[in-house]
Design a protein around this ligand. Structure first.
Ligand SMILES: [Zn+2]
Length: 1000
């Protein structure tokens, strides 16, 4: 149970929001003593994260274990290994996938998929980074938590990869040959995943920069795998990598939450670690020696064969600086990137904008063992390279002489502190984030805690407010640092087609040289693999994966409290939550006042407001004030479809903001400034802001194919989908693209349009306030919000009709992409079906069983799923998919699969558990407030959600078979939208009514 909330005042001016909870004392553990084979090395409280840290070493095996005991019931377990690749074959990544493909105690094809089907996990995944691989799981249920831990430990220490090479062929890479006279092709899940990843220029940039900065150590290699190099990985090398790195002596285990530490230690020792002996440490990560001269490198990324290459070059200056283990320096360098580049009026951003180089710039600090500061310019031209370098260095020299604005520094530090203390990591369990924060310092400096006990680093970086701390760093780590690289990644028309043709040619020649016996072997391997993938696991093996029973599930749907109140005549939706003294405020303005032909300007307005000068502040100062006093303010557009009548949807322009209670009055003042006193008179500035938006959207169109195809398919089906597409999909991008290209001609028009929209929108009539905070903080909101409400317009709103007629266009979206995203969607309400709880179980079965097997496992796509939304949208989709036609056929087979569906009681239970787990993902206090508001606006009652849950819990296999008809109807009426490779889409053009280029 949480204890009292204490608020302490910090020297820096921000309130400390540590909830000093009664942490479950882990008995009377004594440093130096041994518990279940683990010696307690150290025990200290980490008040910043309300936890008690216990650092252990397993005496026999050398495994390290950090227990973070806290009151949080979202328990997290993670085992990580230092993994240092020596080439670009992606061996750590392929291994990360493969060890989850069956193990000693769990000899099934994918224990991971079975856990994903049916456990109460709140997180289940594995990740490969540049120098480590981590296996995190989380659950709020004790029994489930132990089960997950059990499967993951068995997977990493006893995987079946040694007994079964097919796992490597499936997850990594293989040569496929369907028949002796067919074409050879590469396939494999990681192979396709990385082909998708390397379609993005940012990824290419990252790769060449790392390679240039670290020619002699592991950071010069891609741990994920470079597609051309993946096929160089042999099975033997793959196994050798496991032998070297996946040993307890090289492991780092973290356990977070309210579990019993002694039981956890006992379990791990008895079941896993006791059988291992210490192994010598893995070779140290070699330190890369610095250079005496800045390097220069370049490469290309693919754009469409007719796409205009101008303004599409990426430039980067990257410097090796700092590194894991010096937490104070890391925090300072992180702050430095924000004040130099990321703030809207940061000196480097300003200088590059003034010089007309690129449309967007960002900087980041990557905390590796040897850290990297990167400054990236997007949408520039190759000819800008030398000017880019000169401007960066000249500006940095000026910054050192003139000093950095102290207010800017204060703002950045305050915002960082706010985020750290709020600890709202969205869907990620805190235990996972804390593990991630601590790993490198633990691995490379022997202490996991500095990043968690962050007060010390904050105090250190606050010295920058009184002394030239950051200016000194600019000189040392940027100006005088020759361990750096200047990189250029240029677009190249048709590069993808050339590469594809080159690969085909190479494979043809390879085939010519293959002896007949080898051809026969490949044909057989291809067929055998297919048979193996299609053969279900033996039920007695599946039963070995531990699971809960229906009785372990909570029959009650979680309720999200919401009260309807009023302030000065404006309705308030109040979600009472304990938020550690933060008030989360949303102003929801009715966007139905905007005429249909202008709705696409709503997200433009949302982007522009807050980035321009206002009556009392220039935009730089405005941003700094927001940083100093608040946790952030942003505008966005949201749609709330009525669940009873989805075409009846409410578009809302939202202003979201948050601040600590004592700063709430200031927040209201700043919000008023942004909403009502924004000035659009500075033409040049408006163009820059638009340029940033354009650049980000272009990046989205290039890399978020899945999102675009989804939006586009939904737009064929109804006006809500149309609205979504026009305001966030490809149509929206095309409008912004046009606006930006013709800006000099239409600049006055844009400013006038936006001001007109603001006048329509920012009215107290039709406004809805949503606030999430504690009951005791509510009066603070009530007291101060009045000044803003009084300043808003008061005209009665004139609601406009939105009635764009949808049209099933079945488009192929041509993109410079190596993989496809295939979407088939239908409106099942229009086909006479209602949304039901059991559809969620159907979703789980289709996604986790049928589609995963057919499209991911057999097809080699990175992912595939089905979904059924409350609003009537049914979707079947694939992600980073090498196929198109095959996937299409697999979708078509879904109805037949359901007709013949049969499952044991245990399997059905598993699916139900997995369905409930998705519904019960833990939410932060702010997230609970949002859920409450969303259900309210969409007219989803608690009774309705309860009835759905009850139906889910009672779903039987007959119910699933009954829904075969639903899926058959959906497929019969489904529209199609595919984003993908121009070549593949053209080869299948008869599937489409139209082919559309996404970029020109
Ligand atoms: Zn992967």
């Amino acid at each position: 149970m949480a204890g009292t909330v204490h608020r302490l005042v910090l020297a820096g001016g921000l309130l400390l929001m540590a909830t000093l909870t009664q942490v479950a004392r882990a008995g009377d553990l004594q440093v130096g003593k041994i518990y279940h084979g683990f010696k307690l090395l150290e025990h200290r409280p980490v008040k910043e994260i309300s936890a008690d840290a216990y650092l252990f070493e397993h005496v026999a095996s050398g495994a390290r274990l950090l227990k973070l005991a806290s009151a949080d019931d979202n328990k997290t377990f993670c085992i990580s290994f230092k993994t240092l690749p020596q080439d670009d074959t992606g061996v750590p990544h392929i291994l990360e996938h493969s060890v989850l493909g069956g193990s000693r105690k769990f000899p099934v094809k994918s224990p991971f998929d079975i856990l994903a089907k049916g456990s109460l996990n709140t997180f289940l995944n594995a990740m490969t980074s540049a120098d480590f691989t981590m296996y995190p799981v989380a659950s709020r249920n004790r029994k489930d938590f132990v089960n997950l831990m059990n499967v993951y430990l068995d997977a990493v220490f006893h995987p079946r990869i040694y007994q079964d090479k097919r796992i490597f062929l499936q997850e990594g890479w293989r040569l496929e040959l369907a028949q002796p006279d067919g074409e050879l092709a590469y396939n494999g899940i990681v192979y396709n995943e990385m082909k998708g990843a390397f379609s993005s220029p940012a990824r290419v940039l990252d790769f060449i920069v790392s390679r240039a900065l670290f020619p002699d150590n592991t950071y010069g290699h891609s741990s994920g795998g470079y597609p051309d190099n993946i096929p160089q990985l042999s099975y033997e090398k793959f196994l050798e990598f496991h032998r070297t790195y996946y040993h307890p002596s090289n492991s780092y285990i973290t356990i977070y939450g309210d579990g019993d530490v002694l039981q956890e230690l006992k379990f791990i020792d008895e079941n896993y670690l006791a059988e291992f002996k210490r192994q010598p440490p893995v070779p140290e990560l070699r330190q890369q020696a610095a250079f005496d001269k800045i390097k220069e490198v370049s490469d290309h990324y693919p754009i469409g064969p007719e796409e205009d290459p101008s303004d599409k070059t990426f430039l980067e200056l990257a410097f090796v600086a700092g590194g894991a283990g010096d937490q104070q320096l890391s925090m300072a360098l992180d702050v430095l990137t924000d004040v130099l580049v990321n703030l809207p009026a940061a000196p480097l951003r300003r200088a590059l904008q003034d010089a007309g180089i690129g449309h967007d710039v960002y900087a980041s600090y990557d905390e590796l063992k040897q850290g990297v500061i990167g400054i990236v310019v997007k949408n520039a031209n190759a000819g800008d390279r030398d000017r880019f370098r000169d401007i960066v260095f000249n500006t940095l020299r000026r910054v050192v002489t003139e000093g950095i604005d102290k207010k800017d520094i204060e703002g950045v530090i305050n915002r960082k502190e706010f985020m750290l203390r709020e600890a709202d990591y969205g869907g990620f369990p805190k235990g996972l984030v804390y593990t991630y924060f601590s790993l490198r310092s633990w691995m490379f400096a022997g202490d996991p805690l500095p990043a968690l006990a962050y007060d010390k680093s904050l105090a250190y970086v606050r010295r920058a407010l009184h002394e030239p701390l950051l200016e000194g760093m600019v000189r040392k780590y940027l100006l005088d640092n020759k361990h750096a690289v200047l990189a250029v990644v240029e677009p190249q028309q048709g590069l993808e087609q050339q590469r594809l043709a080159g690969l085909r040619q190479k494979l043809r020649e390879m085939k010519k040289k293959l002896p007949a016996a080898e051809i026969a072997r490949l044909v057989k391997q291809t067929a055998d693999l297919r048979v193996w993938q299609s053969t279900p696991d033996r039920p007695e093996d599946v039963a070995k994966i531990p699971m809960l029973g229906i009785a372990d599930l909570d029959p009650q749907a979680e309720s999200f409290p919401l009260e309807q109140r009023q302030v000065k005549g404006v309705p308030v939706l109040f979600a009472p939550q304990s938020t550690n003294g933060i008030i989360y405020l949303r102003l929801l303005f009715d966007a139905r006042v905007v005429p249909q032909e202008m709705v696409w300007l709503l997200p433009v307005l949302a982007h522009v407001w807050g980035q321009m000068d206002t009556a009392n502040y220039d935009y730089g100062r405005l941003n700094t004030e927001l940083n100093i006093h608040t946790g952030g303010l942003s505008l966005s557009l949201s749609l709330f479809p009525d669940s009873r009548q989805p075409e009846n949807f409410q578009p809302k322009l939202e202003a979201r903001a948050k601040a600590l209670t004592p700063k709430f009055a200031k927040l209201v003042e700043l919000e008023r400034e942004v909403l009502l006193r924004t000035r659009l008179t500075d033409d040049q500035r408006l163009k820059e802001v638009l340029g940033e938006l354009y650049s980000r959207l272009q990046g989205m169109v290039r890399s978020a194919g899945s999102y675009l195809a989804y939006q586009r398919a939904a737009s064929y089906l109804g006006s809500r989908g149309m609205y979504g597409e026009v305001t966030s999909g490809l149509s929206y991008f095309k409008q912004v693209d046009k606006l930006f290209r013709h800006y000099s001609r239409d600049s006055g028009q844009l400013a006038a349009d936006l001001q007109m929209l603001a006048g329509l929108l920012f009215s107290r009539r039709g406004l809805l306030l949503a606030v999430t905070c504690s009951e005791e903080d509510y009066p603070v909101f009530e007291k101060h919000i009045g000044t803003l409400l009084a300043a808003l317009g008061d005209d009665p709103p004139r609601l406009q009709e939105f009635k764009l007629a949808p049209e099933a266009r079945n488009e192929g979206l041509l993109a410079p992409s190596k993989v496809q995203y295939v979407y088939r969607s239908a409106d099942f309400r229009a086909l006479g079906y209602q949304f039901r709880g059991r559809m969620q179980v159907l979703r789980q079965i289709l996604s986790r069983d049928y589609l995963t097997r057919e499209i991911r496992i057999k097809g080699g796509a990175y992912g595939a799923w089905a979904s059924f939304s409350r609003d009537g949208l049914a979707t079947l989709a694939s992600y980073r998919d090498p196929n198109l036609r095959k996937t299409f056929t697999a979708f078509d087979g879904a109805a037949a699969y359901l007709q013949g569906f049969s499952a044991s009681d245990a399997e059905m239970t598993r699916y139900i558990i997995g369905t409930i787990a998705r519904l019960d993902q833990p939410r932060t206090p702010a997230g609970k407030g949002e859920a409450a508001v969303s259900y309210h606006l969409r007219h989803v009652s608690q009774q309705q959600r309860q009835a759905e849950r009850t139906e889910i819990l009672a779903t039987r296999q007959e119910d699933i078979r009954d829904m075969a008809k639903l899926v058959e109807d959906i497929l019969k009426h489904a529209v199609l939208c595919v984003y993908g490779s121009e070549k593949v889409l053209r080869e299948n053009k008869q599937l489409f009514e139209r082919l559309v280029r996404v970029l020109h």
